[in-house]
Design a protein around this ligand. Sequence first.
Ligand SMILES: NC(=O)c1ccc[n+]([C@@H]2O[C@H](COP(=O)([O-])OP(=O)(O)OC[C@H]3O[C@@H](n4cnc5c(N)ncnc54)[C@H](O)[C@@H]3O)[C@@H](O)[C@H]2O)c1
Ligand SMILES: [Zn+2]
Length: 341
Amino acid sequence: MITKAEQILQIPSILRELSFHYLHNKEDSSFHFVVVIEQVLADLFPDLITKLQDASITSIKLPNQQQLKSVSTFEDLAETLLSKDLKKDSVIVAIGGGSLTDLVGFTASVLLRGVAWISIPTTFLGMIDASLGGKTGLDTKFGKNLIGSFHMPKTTIICSEFLSTLDPLEIESGYGELIKYALLSKEIEEQIKAKSPISDMIHAAAQYKLKVVKKDFLDSDERRFLNLGHTLGHAFEIYFNLRHGTAVLWGLYWEHYIMDQPLVASKVLDLAAILGISLTPNIDITEFKDFWKYVVHDKKIAASKVLELPLMNDNGQPIKFKIALNDFYKKLDSHAKKLLA
Ligand SMILES: NC(=O)c1ccc[n+]([C@@H]2O[C@H](COP(=O)([O-])OP(=O)(O)OC[C@H]3O[C@@H](n4cnc5c(N)ncnc54)[C@H](O)[C@@H]3O)[C@@H](O)[C@H]2O)c1
Ligand SMILES: [Zn+2]
């Protein structure tokens, strides 16, 4: 479910209303909420912290210098939450970007064998993707999101006012995921072409994602197409240290290009250009073996020797494309070399 907040300072009162709705607790609603917020946001929006305090809601501020989606941050957060007397009927509220909502969602899924949570995304990418749909995750040195769970937030409160303080490069990163949706949904493609207001695009993308998640929560069929561009995207993200959505944009282009879907690949470039991004993805991979291990991080893929790539074909149909790992390796290797030459 999506709840809209016009302004950031409405959030404490919305939480209170939600507690009546979900927890059927008319007396002491604030007691049940523990907010986990990025320190940078607490600094940017001090009035929000004051309002939460006024509503007797505890806030835990996570310093931004540490890797949010790591096992060690998870351990610290879990212990801090337990020290705040977290109970089975508490609700953890995550306020932050996709990294924070992935961390907090995961923590909520395992603490006390599962506590309810609410996500409040503060980045564009979080509003259209990461905070919705209940996939949670931590990164490890072996790859991204290799520890994780499915744990749906009770609701996602979207307040686009948070975007006012966001670095433009983070908006650009969110556009990567938006273009993914545009390949899947004509409505979103048209919105981009019509240069619709960002709040309309957020709404359409969030609704689209929830529709897919409702049909396939456990990611066994249709939800896989929300991973368009992510096989190479995740590898680009780690290898080149790119923002997630930026890496997905590269992934969308390269997966379709090397799998011989040139019309889709050029649509990616055209939509990026409308959004003001000139995409010159240079896959200058000097250590190809290093890069490859991020593509084949999944033991199941390595064992089956076949990669299943969700793609759009040039006729606009979603397809799950099976390709032998060896063949994919050769295709990718030849492009990496071509660009290096
Ligand atoms: N669970 C999912 O379904 C899913 C889907 C897509 C992406 N993700 C994950 O999301 C993560 C990326 O999330 P992201 O793009 O939101 O980046 P992020 O969470 O890393 O945030 C980017 C930066 O913006 C800052 N920030 C956040 N909100 C701000 C605001 N309002 N004003 C100023 N600064 C702000 C953060 O402190 C951080 O420095 C990746 O780890 C990715 O794997 C998860
Ligand atoms: Zn993504």
